[in-house]
Design a protein around this ligand. Structure first.
Ligand SMILES: *[C@@H]1O[C@H](CO)[C@@H](O)[C@H](O)[C@H]1NC(C)=O
Ligand SMILES: *[C@@H]1O[C@H](CO)[C@@H](O)[C@H](O)[C@H]1NC(C)=O
Ligand SMILES: *[C@@H]1O[C@H](CO)[C@@H](O)[C@H](O)[C@H]1NC(C)=O
Ligand SMILES: *[C@@H]1O[C@H](CO)[C@@H](O)[C@H](O)[C@H]1NC(C)=O
Length: 469
């Protein structure tokens, strides 16, 4: 079928290297490097017995500044036959250990008492080895000995440090060098993931020691200031969250291309939030908000802002389950947990582990206005976009407005895709890019729709369209 060929044409390098991959496996399979052994996790406190292996620790990305990034690898049961999936959360400033690993795609969930872990039935490590990276320095356990680094990091340094991390991590885990690698993430990682992919592609042109990147997948991704904001305001209006009057005022007073909106525009935003939204969860507008008393008061993504939105938009809102973040903040601050994870070695990090760093978020130095030019550049790398459709923070309309700018040819027209004989969402395949929604999912797709999200991963790494029945 034409569409199959079309899709594969962007993946030619992938098919060619599969053979290399198989041949090398036999040699490297059994040998674990000495260095990686030091990072092996024997067991986390309160962890159920599992059949897969885990590693975690630090990789220095700048000797001069003393910056080191923290990672946590949860392998598949048969790691050698599965690809490596790198997962990044957004914020900016939020931790992949807090969100991706502990409430979305990772194998463990933290119990209410933060006394232990239980298994996630739909963990992505069924199909892939999962590498959770806390980036940039200042996020979670990742740190810098140069404290000013927390005040001037932005998109640029995040991309460069993350590349440096991957290159050095591969030296520590040489058995992964020939694995297929996919980058995934959500929200503000809509910047990190394509930017890191571009760094890798450029790096690969200059080295023999290539990183075997095969594609990337982003969910509810911050993509383009103008079209994201336009799409968001339209989502609010079309989901009856704001009045016609507020909608028109936003459209007339805001210049969605700007990083910093005018006071007039911001005051319309505040009116919408304070007077019209009500106490809903913007990250999943149909979910019941959590009780105030249960909610955490520390910095979480709930009270963080995306750089192109007015600051305090998220301040007054309560999350779907802020309590989940609270369990994480108790669990990962336990000294026995940190010891088991090889994190915060000599207690040198002078502040607590938090799900999101408000310091980084507030001082974010540079942010791209649009990621679309990177999409254009990398469209051949097997990109797939995934979007949950009841999120009002980075909603499906934002992604559709942004992607429409790419003017891609359709290879598989719009269709409903299925999981468990139910419509899981809708998908359309373009030349070099797949768009898919997850019906009824909030901002963190794998949290709200874990089974559908696992199907996305499976189709994505197989390079197949989502199932039609
Ligand atoms: C940061 O400083 C501590 C204490 O001097 C040192 O042990 C550690 O190796 C430094 N970290 C990096 C990444 O250089
Ligand atoms: C909020 O707290 C009240 C009183 O403790 C309880 O009855 C109710 O179920 C709680 N609501 C939610 C959404 O947890
Ligand atoms: C690192 O350890 C010190 C000493 O135990 C503790 O005070 C600090 O909160 C920890 N920081 C992080 C990020 O875990
Ligand atoms: C901060 O942003 C400016 C302007 O975008 C850029 O030139 C500079 O390199 C950035 N600083 C760092 C430390 O990345």
């Amino acid at each position: 079928m034409g569409r199959k060929l079309e899709r594969n044409s962007g993946l030619v390098s992938i098919l060619a290297s599969v053979f290399v991959f198989l041949a090398v496996l036999r040699v490297t399979n059994a040998s674990a490097s000495h260095e990686e052994e030091a990072d092996r996790i024997s067991a986390l406190p309160g962890q159920p017995k599992v059949a897969f292996h885990q590693f975690s620790g630090y990789v220095t990305v700048s000797e001069a500044a003393g910056r080191a990034l923290f990672y946590w690898l949860t392998e598949a049961v048969q790691p050698s036959s599965k690809p490596l999936v790198v997962w990044l959360n957004g914020g900016p400033g939020c931790s992949s250990v807090a969100y991706g690993a502990s409430e979305e795609i990772g194998p463990f969930r933290i119990n209410k008492e933060a006394s232990g872990l239980y298994l996630n039935k739909y963990s992505w490590n069924k199909f892939a080895n999962l590498l959770f990276l806390e980036t940039p320095a200042g996020v979670g356990f990742s740190y810098s000995n140069t404290s000013s680094d927390l005040l001037d990091t932005g998109d640029r340094r995040t991309a460069k440090d993350s590349l440096e991390f991957l290159v050095r991590w591969m030296d520590r885990f040489p058995r992964y060098k020939n694995h297929r690698i996919y980058l995934t993430g959500e929200s503000y990682a809509g910047h990190y993931v394509p930017q890191l992919a571009r760094e890798i592609v450029h790096y690969n042109t200059k080295t023999k020691n290539k990183i075997n990147l095969k594609g990337f997948m982003v969910g509810n991704a911050v993509t383009d200031n103008h079209y994201d904001n336009l799409g968001t305001v339209n989502y609010w209006w079309s989901h009856a969250m704001i009045s016609d009057k507020t909608y028109h005022q936003l459209m007339n007073t805001c210049d969605f291309r700007r990083q910093k909106e005018s006071n007039q525009c911001e005051s319309v935003y505040y009116y919408a939030m304070d007077q019209e939204f009500g106490s809903i969860d913007q990250y999943n507008i149909y979910a019941p908000p959590c009780n105030k008393s249960d909610a955490t008061t520390g910095p979480t993504r709930r009270n963080m802002h995306l750089p192109h939105r007015p600051h305090s938009i998220f301040k007054k809102l309560r999350g779907y389950d802020p309590c989940t973040e609270q369990y994480a903040e108790i669990y990962y601050n336990r000294p026995d947990v940190q010891k088991a994870l090889h994190a915060n070695g000599t207690g040198r990090i002078p502040y607590k582990w938090t799900a999101c760093s408000e310091t980084l978020n507030r001082h974010w130095n540079d942010t791209a206005n649009s990621i679309l030019p990177i999409y254009r550049e990398l469209i051949a790398s097997g990109l797939r976009i995934w979007v949950g459709d009841v999120d009002s923070v980075v909603p499906v309309t934002a992604t559709r407005f942004s992607l429409a700018q790419l003017k891609l040819d359709t290879t598989l027209p719009w269709y409903p895709w299925y999981v468990d004989k139910q419509v899981g969402g809708w998908s359309e395949v373009y030349k070099g890019l797949t768009f898919a929604t997850v019906r009824g999912a909030g901002h963190e797709v794998p949290l709200f729709k874990p089974k559908a999200a696992l199907q996305l991963l499976r189709s994505f790494i197989r390079g197949e369209p989502l199932p039609k029945s």
